[in-house]
Design a protein around this ligand. Structure first.
Ligand code: F3S
Length: 386
């Protein structure tokens, strides 16, 4: 790989031991994927926010960085907290190092946004910006909906890129890997974006799909992308006439598509659990909800009471916004618990819960034994709509 003089001086230790190690890691990463050069990045987003035993080595490295006074060179945000203080087991047994981890992140200059939906306010990329983000759902949104460019980086690779301010140029940073590889046709009557994302992730795996035109809302794109990036390795999708690189089919296909996939209403419906009345808990908010999303769902709860425990999980900033609305109080009165952490992490131990129902394709994929339902199915399970 050919390095610029600043990159070379970092590698040679002129910016200190930590920076040399970080640069060596970034260069080796690039070499492994055939990158010819490193490019400057506009921002980073880190996925390592669990102060738990298995993250001991990660924390040790953060500690070394902090002790030497090294900080990230580009604005860098970070994923949600894991609900570390929600119950005795999470607080005293699982996430015992949470406070230490947060101090270390702050010491190296990371913005304490604690959200996977960083692209709404805390870290908003522009079209064409090159980034080095981790967190598959955020990567997906940045690439697909905003037209920024990032690979799916791992924990620690994300830190090394933020420290150096560079990422190796390969994969989704290059034009040729952003072209569509298959066409998705929709034969559906009622959109269920998280279910569509889940199915596409399974079928597309790691290709770039172009979905034929559908007027998805920004919230639908967020929830579809989060599901797609979990059930598959999809880091970029296009929607004809909607997402920024896909004005029409010709802009993303070099020649007429060779592979076409059709998703039907039956395919979407097949994901839904039939016995949603068996649920003993309902969770909304993975990826975390925005205020707009929370307000739309909260309307269904005003003046009612949920029949089973129900969680709303929002982006911290968006929760602050939600609190200003009358519906916030009504949501609490309905018996809903409102949080600003990652519900999937918080519920990993599923203490006392057998049938968690969620409208998140991502949570459905990651949290074993969880059932999937549309937003309406979830509202029915809560007992607030017939
Ligand atoms: Fe975000 Fe946690 Fe879901 S990081 S996408 S809320 S699994």
């Amino acid at each position: 790989m050919k390095l610029e003089s600043e990159q070379d001086s970092m590698l040679n230790g002129e910016h200190g031991r930590i920076m040399a190690k970080a640069m060596e890691t970034v260069v080796k990463y690039g070499d492994a994927f055939g990158a010819k050069k490193l490019v400057p990045i506009k921002s980073g987003h880190l996925a390592g926010t669990f102060g738990a035993g298995p993250f001991g080595a990660y924390m040790k490295i953060l500690q070394q960085i902090a002790e030497e006074g090294v900080k990230v060179r580009v604005p860098t945000t970070v994923n949600p907290r894991p609900g570390y203080d929600i119950n005795f087991i999470n607080r005293r047994i699982v996430f015992t190092k949470q406070e230490t981890l947060e101090k270390l992140l702050s010491a190296i200059g990371v913005t304490p946004n604690y959200s996977c939906v960083c692209y709404e306010k805390a870290n908003v990329p522009s079209f064409g910006d090159r980034l080095a983000w981790a967190e598959s759902s955020a990567v997906q949104f940045a690439n697909s909906v905003l037209g920024a460019r990032t690979n799916r980086n791992s924990i620690l690779m994300d830190v090394c890129c933020s420290l150096t301010g560079f990422a190796p140029e390969f994969g989704y940073l290059l034009d040729e890997h952003r072209r569509a590889q298959m066409l998705v046709r929709l034969n559906i009557k009622k959109m269920d974006a998280p279910a569509l994302g889940y199915l596409l992730g399974k079928k597309v795996v790691d290709k770039v799909p172009l979905i034929e035109h559908y007027p998805f809302s920004r919230i639908e794109l967020k929830n579809m992308g989060g599901s797609m990036a979990a059930s598959g390795g999809v880091a970029l999708f296009h929607v004809e006439g909607l997402t920024p690189e896909a004005n029409d089919m010709k802009s993303v296909f070099d020649s007429p598509p060779k592979v076409t996939l059709t998703v039907t209403q039956d395919d979407l419906d097949s994901l839904r659990v039939r016995k949603h009345h068996m649920a003993d808990m309902v969770v909304f908010g993975c990826p975390q909800m925005t205020c707009e999303e929370a307000l739309a769902i909260a309307q269904n709860f005003a003046g009612k009471k949920v029949r089973i425990p129900t969680w709303f999980c929002l982006v911290p900033d968006e929760l602050a916004e939600f609190k200003k609305h009358e519906l916030y109080g009504k949501t609490l009165e309905a018996g809903i618990a409102i949080y600003d952490f990652c519900p999937t992490a918080a519920l990993t131990l599923r203490i006392g819960k057998k049938h968690i129902l969620t409208s998140s394709g991502k949570m459905f994929y990651y949290l074993s034994g969880t059932d999937y339902g549309t937003e309406e199915d979830c509202l029915r399970a809560c007992g607030v709509i017939p």
